[in-house]
Design a protein around this ligand. Structure first.
Ligand code: ADP
Length: 426
């Protein structure tokens, strides 16, 4: 809590040189038994006067420190009012009618730093909107609300309530209370939501535009061209499949995002999950010329906390990617490896590894963003949502996706789980 300067002031030493000069003259006179020459006495008095004049001038030219500003005003919030401001859990400031800061709570220090008591609040908050709200509150005595945003050191947005605080008397409110409410997180969420809608619409519009174009061509110039018709119908089928994949992925994503935490006690057998994924994906791998190997999976179950269907979806997405993007390597491994214990709990690592072209390091941190594709949108092999779905499922499972890859050396996507012993799995 800050109350610096209140009731305290600096001592005024400005007259000291004058006093010393006059005292010296007086002492000299006494020492000489009253025989101080008249000229010397006059010189002492003149010197004293000049020194006094200089000291006043010096004092006036010096910028007023906080203590000086503080003394200049007699309006200070009392202890009760300060206590209320201190109790507020978001940044709060009390300013007087001249908009000078009179009190602020400790919470305000982290986002806004130290602002000296007595300083105009506009020195720190250089916002015309906020200033206007403050002036309107002083002029009308009514509460005002405004927004305040800062770009540096990080983007932050605040809603600011400017509330006149009435004193005991009947006069105009002596203080304004500024309450800052942090809106940064909700603004960011809003922006993400609008970006998402814009991206999703764009992704759907592309195949739709292509379908419309081909339908028009088939109705017009290519009406009688049987060969063109076949080719166009194939492309149209591709595009409509792409649209339905996109819609499926969007629905999966929204279903996963709306679901809450895993139910406690939900168990999944990782061996069963990975065997089913391998079984499902095998025809696709064969068709792509990719040899599939199961690693570390025997007859025994491997129990983890998890939802079987969701984990099947995770490893199917990873295996499909390995075939789509890593087929050049000609091999795909799906399986488990033991990992070092974490916080005293045994760990198991489930992985999908391919030996294809790999992923450049600059893409790795962004792979799980929605709609992110290394090849960009021109090579429309995927929706860019697969890894985003994986990430969201794993967050619910309180674990995360690890990606290790070297360009030209393939990629390993792995997930660590607490391995439960058979008694916990019941
Ligand atoms: P998509 O539906 O486009 O496959 P994902 O979110 O599953 O979307 O993957 C995002 C991007 O990550 C892909 O477009 C691809 O560029 C890259 N990627 C994913 N898996 C692999 C992999 N095994 N090898 C190389 N690149 C990959």
């Amino acid at each position: 809590m800050e109350a610096e300067g209140e009731g305290r002031g600096r001592r005024d030493w400005s007259a000291l040189p004058t006093v010393l000069i006059l005292a010296a003259g007086l002492l000299l006179d006494v020492a000489l038994g009253g025989a101080l020459p008249r000229e010397v006495a006059l010189a002492c008095v003149a010197l004293g006067a000049v020194s006094y004049g200089f000291s006043r001038l010096w004092r006036r030219r010096r910028p007023a420190g906080p203590a000086a500003r503080v003394r200049a005003s007699s309006v200070w919030p009392d202890a009760g009012m300060r206590g209320v401001v201190e109790a507020v859990r978001e940044p709060a400031f009390l300013v007087d009618r001249s908009l000078a800061l009179r009190f602020r709570n400790d919470v305000s220090l982290a986002p806004f730093g130290v602002i000296a008591l007595g300083d105009p609040i506009s020195l720190r908050f250089r916002s015309p909107d906020l200033l206007q709200a403050l002036e309107a509150a002083v002029a009308t005595g009514d509460a005002q609300a405004t927004e305040f945003t800062e770009r540096s050191p990080v983007d932050r947005s605040w809603l600011v309530d400017v509330l006149p605080v009435r004193g005991a008397g009947s006069g105009p409110p002596p203080f304004l209370l500024l309450l800052f409410r942090d809106q940064t997180a909700s603004r960011r969420l809003e922006r993400m939501r609008t970006d998402f809608v814009a991206n999703a619409s764009h992704e759907l519009r592309t195949p739709l535009a292509s379908l419309t174009g081909f339908i028009e061509t088939l109705k017009g110039p290519a009406r009688e061209d049987a060969a063109a018709r076949e080719r166009f119908l194939d492309i149209m089928l591709d595009q409509s499949r792409r649209m339905s994949r996109l819609i499926d992925d969007l629905l999966s994503l929204s279903r996963i995002e709306t679901r809450r935490q895993l139910q406690s006690g939900e168990r999944a057998d990782l061996a069963h999950v990975l065997r089913s994924v391998a079984h499902e994906i095998e025809p696709q791998a064969r068709e792509a010329g990719v040899a599939l190997t199961l690693l570390g999976i025997g007859a025994d179950p491997i129990w983890v906390n998890g939802d079987t269907d969701e984990l099947v979806q995770v490893f199917t997405n990873l295996a499909e990617n390995a075939i789509k993007y890593g087929r050049d390597g000609g091999r795909l491994e799906i399986g488990v490896e033991t990992a070092p214990p974490l916080a005293g709990k045994p760990q198991v690592e489930a992985l999908v590894r391919d030996f294809g072209k790999g992923i450049a390091p600059e893409h790795l941190p962004r792979l799980t963003e929605r709609f992110y594709r290394v090849e960009g949108k021109t090579r429309e092999r995927g929706t860019g949502l697969g890894l985003s779905i994986v990430r969201n499922v794993l967050i619910r499972h309180r674990t995360r996706l690890r990606i290790v890859s070297e360009p030209g050396e393939g990629a390993t996507f792995s997930v660590r789980f607490d391995r439960l012993d058979s008694s916990e799995a019941k």
